[in-house]
Design a protein around this ligand. Sequence first.
Ligand code: KIV
Length: 274
Amino acid sequence: MVYGEESRTRRAVTLSTLRGMRDRGEPIACLTAYDASFARRVDAAGVDLVLVGDSLGMVVQGHASTVPVNMDDMVYHTRLVARGLERAFLVADLPFLSYADPATALANSGRLMQQGGARMVKLEGTGAQAEIVAALAMNGIPVCAHLGLRPQAVEKMGGFRIQGRGEAAGEQMLADAHVLEQAGADLLLLECIPRHLAARIHAAVKVPVIGIGAGADVDGQILVLYDVLDITLGHKPRFAKNFMVGAPSIDAALRAYVQAVKTGEYPAVEHAFD
Ligand code: KIV
C-alpha cells in the first residue's frame, strides 16, 4: 500500500519517536520554518521537529510582536511548510486569541491539522489553559504547551522578559507544568526561564520538554530559523546563536545547528539564564 506519508523514503518523526528520544536521552533538534523552501532544507539537515511559529509575525511580517498574527496566516504558512517536509514532525502555533475557549480552540486546531497539515498544535499557557488542553486532547489533537515567556502575553508581561525568577514564580510554573501535563499536553516548551527551573520542570514531568533560552537540562532545543541564519536585523536574544559564522552555506549552518544540539555543544552556559 503506497499512498501519502507512506510513500516517503525517510521514516517520519512521530510523537512516539519524540517520546522515545526523551527516554533514550537523545537530544531533539527543533527549528521554526515559515515556507516550503526553508522547510525542505531544515528537514534535509536532520531537524526532528519543525514549528510554524507565530514568530512569523515578527520575522516575516515585520510586526513588533506576535499579537497581530491571525488564523489565516497560520494556516497558510503551515500549509507551505508541510509541503517541504519529509521527515520532521510538524507543529503549528495557535495564534493570539485563537484558543480563548475550548470550542474556538477545537475549531482552530482542526484548521491547522486539516487545512495546514500540522501534526500537533502549540498554545501558550499556564494552568488556566488546562480546560482547553483537555478538550483538545479528548478530541485526539496533540498539544504542546508553551510556558515561561509567552510572547502573545507580551503586553501583559510588560515586555519580553525572563520568567520564573524567584521562588514563588518558579513554584507556580512548576505547578502549571504539572497541571498542563495532567490535562493532556504531550510536549512542553519552556521559553526564557532560569536553567535550574527548567531542569526541575524536566525532572517533574514525563513528556518531552523543549527549551529556548531554558538551558541544557531539557530534552531538546528550538530556535527561530532566522536567528540561526542571521537573517533578522536588530536585537538578538541572549540564547540565539548565529550558525552562519564559519559555515560555507545555509545547509552547512543548519547541519551545524543540528550537530550542536545533538552533541550538547548548544546551548552553552552563555546562552542560559541563572
Ligand atoms: O513562535 C515561535 O517561533 C515560538 C518559538 C520561539 C518557540 O514559539
